[in-house]
Ligand binder design. Structure first.
Ligand SMILES: *Cc1c(COP(=O)(O)O)cnc(C)c1O
Length: 410
C-alpha cells in the first residue's frame, strides 16, 4: 500500500462516513426578517398586485442595471416569451440560441411559432460561439438569444455586431447573470432586451418572477401590454384617472408579477451587492482549492468580464478517472454535497429530438461538456464550513477515483 492510499478516507458511497451530515443543496434562497416584514406590510395594504410595489421594483431594477425600462413578469420563462413576442418573432422566423441552457430559452421561440436554431458553444465559457452562430444565419433569422452560462456574460459585442450587420434583435438570457459585468458594463444594459429570473436559486428571489430590461420604449410598451392580456392601460392607471374604459390591442396573457412578490424583490435587491460579493468569494475559494487537483477543470473566466456566479460548474477529465461522471456524482451526493448537472443540451431532450430529428453529435462542444459537467453548490447563504465541506468532498471523491493514485491490488 502506498502512503497516498493508506491516508485515503473511505467514501460514503462505500460505507464510509460522509463529509457532512446534512445535504447541502446546489442553490438556495436567503430570506431575512426585513423581507418577511415587507411582504406582511404589502399583505395589509390596498394593493396585492399591479400596485405601487410593482412600479417601485421595476424602477429599482432598471436603475440598478442601468436601463431606461424594466418590465416585470410572473417568471423568467414568461419574460422570455414576452421578449420573443416583442421582438416580433412569429411562424416561419428563426432565432439562434445556445444548446447549453435551460429549455425555456428555446421554448419561448416555439411558443411564438418560430424555430430555434442552435449553434454550438465556445469550449472555455460554454457560451454561444459568435462565429458558429454566424454560420447558422439564413434569410429567416430574426433574433439571437445568447445565454450567460453560469453567470459568465456571453460574447456580447461580437453578437451585437453580428446582429447589427443582419438586422437582428438580441435577447440575452441573463437568468444566471444578474450583477455580472461585461467590459465594465452591467449585464441588462447591453443587449436589445435582457431577461432575468427571480426563481429561489437565482441571485434575487420573488418566489417566482422575472424581468425584461431594455432601453427601447416600444419594446417596453409591448412587453407591458403582453403581460396584461394585451390591454393598453392597467387597473391602477384607470383607478387614478377615474376611468373604466380600456382597450385590448394585442393578444397577450396574464403574466403579471404581484405587489407581494415585488415587495420581497425590493428588499432582496438591497442586498444584491453583498450577495454577489459572497458568491465571488466562494468562487475564488473553489478556484484556489482545485488549482492542483488532478482531473478537475475549473470554470474559465475571460479577462473582460466579472461573472455573477450563479453556478460553479467543474468539468471532470474523465480519462484520468477510474469512474464515470455518474459515479463521481453519486459519490458526491453520498458525501451530502448536493451537486447537480447544468445542462442536458436542449436538443438532446426527447421533445426536441422527436420534433426536429436531432440524433446527437450536432453540437459536439456542448455535448462533450455535458458528459463531464458537475455543478458544485453555489449560493450566497453558504457558510465558510459549507464551502470547506464542498472542497473536502471534491478532493476526497476525486482522489479516490483518480487513476494517478490508484490503490495497488484494488
Ligand atoms: C431560471 C432560468 C430560466 C427560467 O426562469 P424561471 O423564472 O424559472 O421561469 C430561463 N433560462 C435560464 C438559463 C434559467 O436559468
Amino acid at each position: 500500500m502506498t502512503v497516498a492510499s493508506t491516508s485515503r478516507e473511505v467514501l460514503a458511497i462505500n460505507g464510509g462516513s460522509p463529509v457532512r451530515n446534512t445535504l447541502l443543496p446546489y442553490g438556495h434562497h436567503s430570506i431575512s426578517e426585513d423581507d418577511i416584514q415587507a411582504v406582511v406590510e404589502t399583505l395589509r395594504s390596498d394593493w396585492l398586485t399591479t400596485g405601487p410595489k410593482v412600479a417601485e421594483f421595476e424602477e429599482a431594477v432598471a436603475a440598478w442595471v442601468g436601463t431606461k425600462h424594466a418590465v416585470s413578469f410572473s417568471s423568467g420563462t414568461a419574460a422570455l416569451h414576452a421578449a420573443a413576442f416583442a421582438a416580433g418573432l412569429k411562424f416561419g422566423d428563426e432565432a439562434i440560441t445556445s444548446p447549453m441552457t435551460f429549455a425555456a430559452t428555446a421554448n419561448c421561440l416555439l411558443h411564438q411559432g418560430a424555430t430555434p436554431v442552435f449553434a454550438d458553444v465556445s469550449s472555455d465559457t460554454l457560451n454561444l460561439d459568435p462565429d458558429l452562430a454566424s454560420a447558422r444565419l439564413t434569410s429567416r433569422t430574426k433574433a439571437i438569444l445568447p445565454v450567460d452560462y453560469a453567470g459568465h456574460p456571453a460574447d456580447l459585442d461580437s453578437i451585437l455586431q453580428l446582429a447589427e450587420r443582419h438586422g437582428l434583435i438580441v435577447i440575452e438570457d441573463a437568468c444566471h447573470a444578474l450583477g455580472a459585468e461585461y467590459r465594465g458594463r452591467r449585464v441588462g444594459s447591453i443587449a436589445h432586451m435582457t431577461v432575468f429570473s427571480f426563481h429561489p436559486v437565482k441571485h434575487l428571489t420573488t418566489g417566482e418572477g422575472g424581468m425584461v430590461t431594455t432601453d427601447n420604449p416600444e419594446f417596453s410598451e409591448t412587453l407591458r401590454r403582453f403581460r396584461n392580456h394585451g390591454i393598453s392601460s392597467n387597473a391602477r392607471q384607470r383607478q387614478m384617472l377615474g376611468q373604466w374604459h380600456y382597450e385590448m390591442v394585442l393578444l397577450g396573457f396574464n403574466y403579471r408579477l404581484t405587489d407581494i412578490a415585488c415587495a420581497l424583490g425590493l428588499q432582496q435587491l438591497a442586498r444584491l451587492e453583498v450577495n454577489l460579493a459572497r458568491r465571488r468569494q466562494i468562487a475564488a475559494q473553489y478556484t484556489a482549492a482545485f488549482q492542483k487537483l488532478p482531473g478537475v477543470l475549473r470554470p474559465q473566466v475571460r479577462s473582460d468580464v466579472n461573472p455573477a456566479w450563479h453556478l460553479y460548474p467543474i468539468r471532470l477529465e474523465l480519462k484520468k478517472f477510474s469512474a464515470g461522471r455518474s459515479e463521481v456524482f453519486r459519490a458526491l451526493r453520498a458525501e451530502n454535497i448536493g451537486v447537480n448537472v447544468h445542462y442536458i443540451p436542449v436538443h438532446r431532450h426527447p421533445y426536441y429530438r422527436d420534433r426536429f430529428g436531432y440524433r446527437g453529435g450536432e453540437y459536439p462542444v456542448a455535448e462533450a461538456a455535458y458528459e463531464c459537467l458537475v455543478s458544485l453548490p453555489m449560493f450566497h447563504g453558504m457558510s465558510d464550513q459549507d464551502v470547506e465541506d464542498v472542497i473536502a468532498a471534491v478532493k476526497k471523491v476525486c482522489s479516490a477515483y483518480s487513476d494517478d493514485c490508484e490503490v495497488p491490488g484494488d
